[in-house]
Design a protein. Structure first.
Length: 233
């Protein structure tokens, strides 16, 4: 089942500013924090010693730029998450997909590499790999899509046939060509599967429940109509 969503609801699902989960995603681990702190220190030095002393001189503008540069380590996750939200919101059309898990498998993906020196003084490249869960989902219309996320312990109960829900995005009004998909939600386990948390999840669950109520109402109505037809016969 693929139900188009209006623009207002889509913008509620994908916020302009970073959510708490999105901020945590870009906050990263300690190496990511250390990298941002180093950028903050370098940027602060550039502002104070080059821009401040040579270009602008001392003053309020220099102080403001120095504060912004020095706090880069703190506000950068908000900026990058909000920028990613902006890129996502550029899709003109969206839809709510309710389907099922068709297939799943685990793969090992290269997520980065770094250079280091071994005990012989030789420069070597160390590859960082991560085990990832790959899911193929689809609905009764024949629509299928794939999603990949870091493998977690709670993923062990996912199985083919389970009902899943997600938001799909497109620049075509009929949603015939999907450009991006959100994280995936499994209602029976109250489980989210994602690499990046695109959605306001409380809003998504509210949409899911409303559509479920509509489906249940339609199903009851259809059963009632069929029952009356049988009695007339």
């Amino acid at each position: 089942m693929l139900i188009p969503l209006n623009r207002t609801k889509f913008e509620q699902l994908v916020p302009i500013l970073a959510t708490g989960l999105q901020y945590a995603y870009y906050w990263g681990k300690f190496p990511d924090l250390l990298k941002r702190v180093m950028i903050s220190v370098v940027s602060l030095c550039v502002v104070v010693f080059i821009i401040g002393n040579i270009i602008l001189g001392e003053g309020g503008v220099t102080l403001t730029l120095a504060v912004i540069a020095g706090l880069y380590w703190l506000w950068a996750p908000v900026f990058w998450a909000s920028w990613r939200n902006f890129q996502t919101r550029r899709y003109a059309y969206s839809g709510f997909l309710r389907g099922e898990v068709l297939d799943l498998f685990v793969s090992e993906e290269l997520i980065g590499s770094e250079q280091t020196v071994n005990n012989r003084g030789q420069l070597v490249i160390v590859e960082n790999r991560e085990r990832r869960l790959n899911l193929e989902v689809g609905d009764e219309t024949g629509f299928t899509t794939q999603l990949q996320a870091p493998l977690r312990r709670e993923h062990q109960d996912i199985a083919p046939g389970q009902i899943v829900e997600m938001i799909v995005m497109s620049n075509r009004s009929d949603l015939s060509l999907i450009g991006k998909v959100s994280e995936l939600y499994i209602p029976s386990q109250n489980l989210w599967v994602s690499d990046y948390p695109y959605l306001q999840r409380n809003v998504f669950i509210d949409v899911s429940r409303r559509l479920q109520n509509v489906d249940d109402s339609s199903y009851s109505t259809n059963r009632s109509v069929k029952s009356r037809r049988k009695k007339r016969k």
